[in-house]
Design a protein around this ligand. Structure first.
Ligand SMILES: [Zn+2]
Length: 41
């Protein structure tokens, strides 16, 4: 899965969870990496 902001590949844990966060925008769910999430993007 890629970050929807910077396009960087987001690592996933062995449970399949992304090492990042999801952000909801316009009713759609976007995956963002932890770096972009920290920056508040
Ligand atoms: Zn990112």
């Amino acid at each position: 899965m890629k970050c929807s902001i910077c396009g960087k590949e987001i690592e996933t844990t062995f449970l399949g969870k992304i090492k990042g966060n999801y952000r909801k925008k316009n009713g759609k769910l976007y995956a963002v990496c932890s770096d972009c999430f920290k920056k508040g993007l």
